[in-house]
Design a protein around this ligand. Sequence first.
Ligand SMILES: C[S@@+](CC[C@H](N)C(=O)[O-])C[C@H]1O[C@@H](n2cnc3c(N)ncnc32)[C@H](O)[C@@H]1O
Length: 380
Amino acid sequence: MTTHGISRLPWPASTAEHRWYGLGRYYAMFPAPFVTNALTEFTRPDDMVMDPFSGRGNAPFLAAAMGRPSISIDILPIAWLFTVAKLKPSQNADDVLSRLHDIRRAVRPHDCRARSEFEKMAWSSIVRGFLRAARRELNWKESSVDQTLMAFIALHMQDSTPSGLSNRLSPTVAHSPSYAVQWWAKQGLLDPPQTDPVAFLTKRIQRRYAFGVPNLAHSTTKLGDARTELKVMPSQYVRLLITSPPYHGVTDYWNDQWIRLWLLGADMHKDWKRTQKHSHLGSYRKLIDGVFTQAKRHVREDGVVIVRCGDKPTTADTCREAIKSMWPRWEIFERRSEITRRGKASGYGHESKTIYEVDIISAPEELSDRARSWAVNPAL
Ligand SMILES: C[S@@+](CC[C@H](N)C(=O)[O-])C[C@H]1O[C@@H](n2cnc3c(N)ncnc32)[C@H](O)[C@@H]1O
């Protein structure tokens, strides 16, 4: 079974690297050992690492914490926020705590009003007011202090414990408002917890900063479409491109995150027009081809490309073909593995499900032996 790998991080629990790695609930993320193993096998300190579909930022964070500069991109604001908050956190907790108090002072009476049954049952009026003030006041795209605070709020606005900021919610996948309301009613969870958001977040912020901030190599992380970002970026000299693209027709990254995206400025409902499920095969191929076409310019001739993707042929074939057409002279090796993941739950419990994934590795001839032996090892 693959876990998020937090217990298998290369740093002791009493380090900032260990403490900050876990910031951000996100699914389909890389297990830490998968990334640290690839970094150890194929890079040295100061080698550039790139992840153009970086999710909550596991690969760039682990690379930077192991002394490798990183470039990462994600199109989803919440994924980028968790990444930037880890890679460039505010340097001290006091600034974040002081901003937390600013937000409390900025709450206006009408911020506390529930606009729907969902809002009424999800958060107490004090939490609702706090979330609305944070949504209005925090400059999460530009200010490092505001980014850090916003990441803490986003992490806890959707809590699964009865003493958190919200009524019980799945902490990763946001269900529809009507499903949530019916589910709470059925469980008798009619009232949200009366938690003080400032006291609650103060504890979490202090805990995260208990060992300071991680010592990281230089990292660049962009919010946007990887096709565009890679095109406009000056040429890099990437030793390892390690990534996991969206799988064809599997996850709707936008609608599954709608509650946190509301905090970042989107409307308070799922929006099917904004779906990011990548169900249309033609557009999916265009996305994967487009990203690898742009990535090619940045990868060194003695670089390595590693892609973890779903084993469904429409996903794996698309990824394999894109790599082959960009690096036609490189050899490709693959391994298929069974992964047990905490799946998307129908209720708010965490059901496990088994899925199959493929790791594709491509490297120039001089690295073929190492790439081949990497691919015959069991997946991490
Ligand atoms: C499988 S997840 C990656 C998870 C990541 N490996 C981690 O450890 O968290 C795929 C990611 O690709 C992002 N994505 C989808 N389309 C994109 C695009 N055009 N440009 C950049 N990122 C994109 C999604 O938002 C999602 O976060």
